[in-house]
Design a protein around this ligand. Structure first.
Ligand SMILES: [Fe+2]
Length: 238
């Protein structure tokens, strides 16, 4: 099967109506029938400067630095699976729901990419000055939960009940906010929602600072939510 040049790759992608093409040549992907027409390589994440604000509430720099390695791991694995998918020639006769290469790649792609997205939101919305919700997020929280206090108690309770994440997400159909739980990186997102705040409650997010006291970590976390960043995500979504 022919390997496309970068120029041919760009032309093919444009013809297919793709909106982006980032450094497809870096992976030298073999373009074959059934494979992706482009590979978008995600750059490695880095810690935002504003995270220094979390020191005051007991979430230490060392925790963030260890956490960064996991965050970057999701980016690396997302890139690796994208490359593998680009090099894969889809063959329906080999696909199998018990085990097949395409099944493994698609399932783990969901875990890796959603893991990256979750951490992008977590680190983007952390490191603020705390206080109650502000702006449009405040309005929607009041409309959806009745008060900031009711929302906060639901958010904290969800964080104790979850095995991995709590997501504050905007439901585009019902035009309201809701606190969702996640037990792993790729559970349980719903279509037609935009996540505007993600709290990591995996042990790696707090064990070095709070040991098994997850509730204390959540109390600390909620004092340094960056509501400006949350509102920026909300504004982009609605
Ligand atoms: Fe994490």
């Amino acid at each position: 099967m022919k390997n496309l040049t970068r120029r041919e790759l760009i032309a093919a992608t444009a013809a297919a109506g793709a909106s982006t093409l980032l450094d497809a040549s870096s992976f030298a992907a073999q373009q074959q029938p059934g494979s992706l027409t482009s590979v978008v390589e995600i750059p490695m994440p880095s810690l935002p400067e504003k995270l220094t604000a979390t020191e005051a509430v007991g979430i230490k720099r060392a925790t963030h630095e260890a956490h960064l390695k996991l965050w970057q791991g999701y980016a690396k694995k997302t890139n690796e699976i994208r490359k593998a998918l680009a090099e894969l020639t889809a063959d329906s006769s080999k696909a199998n729901q018990v085990y097949s290469l395409i099944r493994s790649l698609k399932v783990e792609y969901s875990f890796a990419y959603q893991g990256l997205i979750n951490h992008n939101i977590y680190f983007d919305t952390l490191g603020g000055s705390g206080g109650p919700p502000t702006g449009k997020a405040s309005d929607l929280i009041r409309a959806g939960f009745g008060s900031h206090q009711v929302w906060a108690e639901d958010f904290k309770s969800s964080g104790i009940a979850a095995r991995g994440w709590v997501f504050l997400a905007y439901d585009h159909a019902e035009k309201r906010l809701f606190n969702y739980v996640g037990d792993s990186q790729n559970t349980y997102p719903l279509w037609n929602h935009t996540c505007i705040l993600a709290m990591d409650v995996y042990e790696h997010a707090y064990f070095m600072d709070f040991a098994e006291k997850r509730a204390a970590y959540i109390d600390a976390y909620m004092k340094v939510i960056d509501w400006q960043a949350v509102n920026a995500r909300l504004a982009a979504a609605i």
